[in-house]
Design a protein around this ligand. Structure first.
Ligand code: PBG
Ligand code: ZN
Length: 326
């Protein structure tokens, strides 16, 4: 149909009409909130490069969970800051590790609240890489698989509802699935960071999680930002190994990848709206250069439009509040 018979503006005239024909929804239920947990008491330390994001101690978790529930945000993803780090990253799979304690604290407060855990070694290794190093400082794939499987299993034992490996080792989804199943955790889903790029947008997170590599970078295990065919192979591999949900990370500069993953695999798909994306919005908003509320809601609905079923985002609480007001 053509103008003047077809006038697209006809359906844009009022709020009611616009909402009746809206194609994409954004709801607090689609959001996952990252939490950074550390030892100590009574602390909420704001991350300098991420205003509004805090490293919190275990005692803060019940209040945090109550607030998230109130806002309708169904799940958290946990990151831990251990008291000490070592070459082997043993804090990642310790029974009384910080994440394991955090899971128990949340579950003691509310057994129903959904707890996802990030599974990786970089917050726990003294060198800050995502696995065990060989003599040349290269991350050894197959040795690391055992550490990741042990970590995921220890999270499940502590009560985690879902595990999310973010390390980008080859074969880690299968290794984790086998380890979980062997101990009876057949119902714990794996959300794999399937297409995870070696991105400069993780900068602020590494302050938040204290996980900056002591030397080098992660380009020998995370993906080249120039590649999408490779992302398809990564996702196919993770699905073949048993991933229940797949993630694309970062989100904003990789919307095409989110769309392709959703179209080609039709799997539950998550997008990680990462720390650098958050920091840019916050910095511009602080200067009054952008309208934070509108930019955030537009960004999140765009990720949903690109094909993400779920969005992991530091904006979750603000967005949920704004959506309640709308
Ligand atoms: C750990 C991990 C990282 C992020 C999530 N899990 C950092 C990294 O890979 O360097 C990044 C999250 C963000 O930037 O918000 N491997
Ligand atoms: Zn890592």
């Amino acid at each position: 149909m053509e103008f003047p018979a077809y006038r697209p503006r006809r359906l844009r005239r009022t709020d009611t009409l616009r909402s009746m024909v809206r194609e994409t929804s954004l709801d607090a239920r689609d959001l996952i909130y990252p939490l950074f947990v550390k030892a100590g008491e009574g602390l909420r330390d704001e991350v300098t490069s991420m205003p509004g994001v805090f490293q919190i101690t275990l005692d803060q978790l019940p209040g945090e969970i109550d607030e998230l529930k109130e806002l309708g945000i169904p799940a958290v993803i946990l990151f831990g800051l251990p008291e000490s780090k070592d070459e082997a990253g043993s804090g990642a799979f310790a029974e009384d590790g910080i994440v394991q304690q955090a899971i128990r604290a949340i579950k003691a407060h509310d057994p129903e609240y959904y707890v996802i855990t990030d599974v990786c070694m970089c917050e726990y290794t003294s060198h800050g890489h995502c696995g065990a190093l060989d003599a040349h400082g290269c991350v050894m794939n197959d040795v690391t698989l055992e550490m990741l499987a042990a970590t995921a299993l220890s999270h499940a034992e502590a009560g985690a509802d879902m595990v999310a490996p973010s390390d980008m080792m080859d074969g880690r989804v299968a290794a984790i699935r086998v380890a979980l199943d062997a101990e009876g955790y057949t119902e714990v889903p794996i959300m794999s960071y399937a297409a995870k790029y070696a991105s400069a947008y993780y900068g602020p997170f590494r302050d938040a999680a204290d996980s900056t590599p002591a030397f080098g970078d992660r380009r020998a295990y995370q993906m080249d930002p120039a590649n999408t065919e490779e992302a398809m192979r990564e996702v196919a591999l993770d699905i073949a190994e048993g991933a229940d949900l797949v993630m694309v990370k970062p989100a904003l500069a990789y919307m095409d990848v989110i769309r392709r993953v959703k179209d080609e695999f039709g799997y539950p798909t998550a997008a990680y709206n990462v720390s650098g994306e958050y920091a840019m919005v916050k910095a511009a908003a602080e200067r009054g250069w952008i309208d934070e509320r509108r930019v955030v809601l537009e960004t999140l609905v765009s990720m949903r439009r690109a094909g993400a079923d779920l969005v992991i985002t530091y904006h979750a609480k603000d967005a949920a509040r704004w959506l309640q007001e709308n």
